[in-house]
Design a protein around this ligand. Sequence first.
Ligand code: 9MG
Length: 283
Amino acid sequence: MPTHEWKLARRTLPYGEHTLVMGVLNVTPDSFSDGGEFFSLDRAIAHAAQMIDEGADIIDIGGESTRPGSEFVFEEEELQRVIPVIERLSARSSVPISIDTTKSPVARAAIAAGAEIVNDISGLRFDPLIADEAARVKAGLVLMHSRGSPKTMQQLPPVDDIMSEVISGLRQSVAVAEERGIARDNLAIDPGVGFGKTVAQNVELIAKLDQLAGEFPEFPILIGTSRKSFIGKLLNNEPADERLHGTTASIVASVLNGAHIVRVHDVKATVDAIKVVEAIRTG
Ligand code: 9MG
C-alpha cells in the first residue's frame, strides 16, 4: 500500500504502508474495558507510558464512557478527568495525543493542553462546533459513524443495509466538517463498530472494510473493535477481559481489508500481530 499523510496540528503521520496503533486510555470510573483502574493520574500516565513503550503511535484519551447504555458526563467532570492527563502526558512524551470527546469545550481545552487529534464518536452530530475547534489549529479530526447516543444506541431498531447507512452517515459528517472549515487532509473516518449495529452488521463492516476504503479513498480509515461486545457474543459471551484473541483476529482482518489505524487496549499484542501481517502482505 502506498504511503499517504494524515495532517495533525503539529506534524503529519504517514499511513498506508505501516498500520498505526492508537492506544486507548480511558480515564473514567466505569470504562467497560479498564473498569476505572486508571482514574488516578499517576496510574493513567504509567499506563500511557507502557503503551508508548509497546509501540503505540497515538494515545486516545477519553473521560466519558461510550459503552452501550453509559450515562452522559457533564463538561466540568470530563474536563477534570482528561485535562491533567493530557498536560502531563504531552509534557513527557512526543507521541501524538487524541482527545475522545463529543463536546467542543472539551476539545478546545484538550487542544490547548497538547492534544493534536479530536476523536468524535458522533461524527459531528452532537456538537458540530468540534470541527471549528479542530479547524482553528488544523488538528486531526476522526469522524466516526454512530446511531443515536451511547445511552440509546443498542435499543434502536437495526437498519436494513449497514454499509449504505455508514457510507451516507460518513458523507454527511465529512460535509459538515468541510462546511466548518476542516481541510480534507486533516480528516480520518471510522465505521463505528459496536455503535448501534447488530453483531452480524459489525462483522459485515469488518468484512467489507475494503468497500468503505474504496468509497473514501482520500481518508485514513480508523477502526476500533477492541474487546467489544460483538466479540464476546461470537465467543460464548466471553467477558471483556478475555477477548484478546478475538480482538486480535478482528484487527488482523481489518488490516488486511484496508484499515490504516487501529484503536486498541492491548498494544503489544496488536503491534506483534501487525508486524506479522505486514511481513506477509509485503512478501
Ligand atoms: C471512543 N471510541 C470507542 N470505540 C471507538 C471506535 O470504534 N472508534 C473510535 N474512533 N473511537 C471509539
